[in-house]
Each structure stands twice: as C-alpha cells, then as structure tokens.
Design a protein around this ligand. Structure first.
Ligand code: HEC
Ligand code: HEC
Length: 452
C-alpha cells in the first residue's frame, strides 16, 4: 500500500505549499515516514508542472518493456538485453546486488566487455563478437550471449588490535557462451548504483573538480578527471557518472542504459547494437517506433533522474555520530569523499536545481584504488585500477531501501567495514588509519556512515 500513498502524499504537500520552504521539510518528513522510499522523493520546491514531468519520468523508469512488434509505447525490448526495466536493477532508485553464488543469475548488475586498445573517441574497444556488455537475454529466436557465473573466494584482513575480518573476492566464469569464446576479453563487473542526487552531481562546476584534483597531491592523493565522449556535443568532456566516471551527463547515461541494458533505441543511440557475428540479432523484428523511446520521453526520464533528492541525514545529534565524523575526517576519508560541494545552477534545469551546497561525500574524481579492487579494464582515461570516489550520501539507508548491505562496484563488501578494508592504492593510508583505530572508534566511524 505504501507505494499507493507515495504519490498523492507528495502531491498534497506541494499543492498546499507551492513556493514555500515548508515543501522541503514536508518532503523530508515523508522520507522519514516511509524509509523504504527514501531515495524516491523529488527535490523540494517543484511546482505542479515540474512535478508532472517528474512523475512522467518515473513512469518511464518503472516501465516494463516488451518484444516488438507488440507492446505499444513500450515496444522495443532487445534483441539483446539484460533486464526489462530500469527499476529492475535500480530497485527503489537504489542499488543492485551480485548473485550469492554461480547458479544464480545476475539480476541487478552487469559485465562490461572490451578488448585491449582504444575504440572510437578513446572509448573502450568493443569485443568483436559480444560488443561492450554481456547481454544475458535475447528476444525470441535470438540467443542471449551467455552468463557470467559468479563465485566468491574467501580471504581475511587483520586490524591493528588483532581482530580478523572475513572478506570475499569475486571470481567470474563465463558459461553458455553463444557467440564463441571470451578468453581475450577485458571485463568489469558492476552493480547498479543508486540514482538519486545525480542532477546535483551534474551541477558541480568542472572548475571545482579540477581545483580539488590540484589540491589533493598535498594530501597524498591524486584524483584525476575522466575525459569521455559526449555524443550530444561531439566533444570530449569530464566524466561524472558510472563507477569509473565513464559517462558525461545524465541524459547520455540514461540513453546508454536504454540501449545497453534494455536494447531500447533513443535519439542518442538510434541503432540496435548487434555485432557482425550476431545474425539473429540483426534479423530480429524491429519495433514500429523509431526510435523506440522518443526525445520527449527521454527528456522526462532525464528530468526524473535529475530531480531525485538525496535522503536527509539522520541521527546527527548523536554524540557517537559526531565523534565518528571527526574520525572520518582525521583518517583522511574526506580528502576523496569530500563532505561538501557548492553547485552552480543546473545547466538545463536552473529553475528547479539552483546553485546550492550539497553533501555528496565524493570528489567525482578517479583514484587508483590498488590491485585488489582493480578490474584491469580501462574506460576512457580511467585505468584498470582507477575508480570514481563513490558518493557516500544515502549509504546508511541501503539496508532499508534495498534490504541488503552490499557495497563497492561489484558488491563484494558485505558491510561498511569490509568496504573500507578493500581500499588500497591511494586509499591505503586512510584504510590503515581506520584499521589502527580502537574498537569503539571504529564503531563511531561506522555509526557516522550509517547516518549519511
Ligand atoms: C542490468 C542492470 C541495469 C539496468 C537494467 C539499468 N541499469 Fe542503470 N546502472 C547499472 C550499472 C551497473 C551502472 C553503473 C554503470 C557503469 O559503471 O558503467 C548504472 C548506472 C546508472 C546511472 C548512473 C548513476 C551514477 O551515479 O553513476 C544512472 C542514472 C542509471 N544507471 C539509470 C538507468 C536507467 C534510466 C535505466 C533504464 C533505461 C537503467 N539505469 C537500467 C545497471 C543497470
Ligand atoms: C583515495 C580516495 C579515497 C579515500 C581516501 C577513501 N575512499 Fe572510500 N572510496 C573511494 C573509491 C574510489 C570508492 C569506490 C571503490 C570501488 O567501488 O571499487 C570508495 C568506496 C567507499 C565505500 C563504498 C561506497 C559504495 O557506494 O559502495 C565506502 C563505505 C567508503 N569508500 C568509505 C571510506 C572511508 C570510511 C574512508 C576513510 C577510512 C574512505 N572511504 C577513504 C575512494 C576513497
């Protein structure tokens, strides 16, 4: 029933209080009232027209697609794909999780593929038979590409006080491959990240990213801006989205998801992605809708994703949490997980996303995180060891919204502590600082993360 309550409640709030500051506090109150929806609220202050656009976009995000020629306005799934909707992987606008063993399918994560060398505009070079991503599913008559079977190797980490923490490392085996071997492929296992706050991250000035990068070496850390190809402007621009900041803006990220994850064409990517070897894919029935998702609906979903609000913090006057915040900063976590950034007005949505101060706990920069986290697969300027600092806002609500606590790009960490203990490379010193803390200090730092 909660879902039914969700929209009307938000609508009443803004219908009564449009333009008032109270809208923001009411929306926050709702996030507290319905914690499983904490990633699903729009930013405060949307007027009725903006709210309509938001909810139209939400319908697109939730929509299940069908194989052509059926399906009406949702016609166009496949020929090759992973899931039938955006929300299937980003449940409740939150994050996915890896399978727990090799017999389980990947339901909310994917495997990016490439071969060594540069593709067009410095993008990863697609695998000649499989393309840029393993699509496990196919439309009727089109063989799915195969499956990535995931198993876990157990290892341990030891803290300064002698406590031992069990960790697990993923191992992938490709099974049932339909288009030949994948032995030569580079691959990167990636879980679906949460999708709130992205309009605000899109509003962080490039100059800010560059300034932070320039200041970090003095603190022993070397963040770099990824440079990726923007299909809309035809330029190389800073990357912001994806685990390696491999996508330049929200609209392109969304269109990449439609074509890559659902097989749905958009004005940005108007052609189905079948390789030479994939004859059945190329011959598959096309939808009558060309593109399958038109520009107006793509704009709606862009508006929706841009306006999903980060959840409010909790427990901020708890002394353990404030102590944990001090330890977080003292351990050097905040050098990469930057607590506060000033945005400029959003380039497209300046009315609804004005300049403001945000608390994303990221620098949007790439960092060498060491060999243990490396995927060995470059992505534009990101090396096989570099990852974008994961934003930590909302991280404390993952267990409530998504009912699991699996973290990092491939979901290997089962707890916040495990996530910290995987930090290597530029994150080694901060990890060592954490591992050297006393038990009650570690608990305070984790309590702070849970309050985000
Ligand atoms: C098969 C699972 C899957 C499906 C389906 C899926 N996504 Fe994603 N999504 C991901 C993964 C994995 C990433 C990270 C991609 C990367 O690192 O390259 C991601 C990243 C994103 C991001 C960037 C978030 C960030 O902060 O970096 C957005 C926005 C997004 N997806 C929106 C969508 C939309 C819209 C759809 C539907 C068209 C969709 N996704 C469908 C798995 C999925
Ligand atoms: C050198 C930069 C850097 C420093 C310093 C750093 N981190 Fe991170 N952190 C990252 C990156 C990059 C990732 C993403 C890594 C991945 O997914 O493989 C990450 C991921 C995380 C995650 C998982 C988030 C998610 O969404 O899955 C947590 C939790 C985290 N860091 C906490 C901390 C804490 C606590 C500290 C201090 C002890 C710290 N980090 C220090 C760069 C850093």
């Amino acid at each position: 029933m909660r879902r039914g309550i969700f929209r009307p409640a938000a609508r009443v709030a803004s219908a009564v209080l449009i333009g008032s500051f109270l809208v923001g506090s009411l929306v926050s109150a709702s996030a507290e009232e319905f914690p499983r929806e904490a990633y699903s609220y729009p930013v405060a202050g949307l007027d009725a027209a903006a709210e309509d656009a938001f909810y139209r976009g939400r319908v697109e995000f939730m929509r299940s697609w069908s194989f052509p020629p059926g399906g009406g306005e949702a016609s166009g799934l496949g020929p090759l794909f992973n899931r039938i909707s955006c929300a299937a992987c980003h449940q409740k606008n939150g994050r996915g999780q890896p399978p727990s063993g090799p017999d389980e399918r990947m339901l909310s994560m994917l495997v990016r593929l490439s071969v060594p060398g540069d593709g067009p505009h410095g993008a990863p070079k697609p695998h000649p038979a499989y393309g840029g991503q393993l699509n496990e599913e196919g439309a009727p008559g089109v063989p799915g590409e195969g499956r990535a079977a995931l198993s876990w190797d157990a290892i341990t980490a030891t803290l300064a006080d002698g406590s031992i923490v069990a960790l697990r490392r993923p191992r992938i085996e490709f099974v049932g491959l339909a288009y030949g071997p994948l032995d030569d492929a580079l691959f990167s296992l990636r879980g679906a990240p949460a999708v709130f706050g992205d309009g605000l991250l899109e509003s962080v000035p490039i100059e800010t990213m560059k300034r932070i990068a320039a200041e970090q070496p003095a603190q022993g850390v070397h963040g770099v801006v990824n440079e990726v190809y923007d299909v809309i402007s035809g330029q190389m621009v800073p990357g912001r989205f994806g685990w390696k900041a491999n996508s330049p803006n929200l609209k392109q990220q969304i269109a990449e998801a439609f074509i890559g994850d659902l097989g749905v064409t958009t004005p940005l990517f108007p052609e189905d992605q079948c390789t030479e070897q994939q004859a059945a894919c190329r011959a598959a029935t096309k939808s009558k809708n060309r593109p399958e998702l038109d520009a107006i609906r793509l704009d709606d979903i862009d508006f929706f994703n841009a306006h999903l609000a980060p959840p409010p913090r909790r427990d901020t006057d708890n002394p353990q949490v404030t102590r944990g915040e001090t330890l977080f900063l003292a351990s050097g976590c905040g050098v990469c997980h930057v607590p506060s950034l000033k945005t400029e007005a959003h380039p497209k949505f300046s009315q609804t996303l004005p300049a403001q101060t945000i608390a994303p706990y990221t620098d949007l920069l790439l960092h060498d995180m060491g060999e243990a986290l490396a995927d060995g697969r470059p992505d534009f300027h990101a090396s096989g060891r570099q990852w974008r600092t994961a934003p930590l806002w909302g991280v404390g609500l993952v267990p409530i919204v998504n009912e699991h606590s699996l973290l990092l790009h491939d979901g290997r960490a089962r707890t916040l502590e495990e996530a910290i203990l995987w930090h290597g490379g530029e994150g080694e010193a901060a990890k060592a600082a954490y591992a050297a803390l006393k038990r009650d200090e570690r608990e305070a730092l984790i309590a702070f993360l849970r309050s985000l």
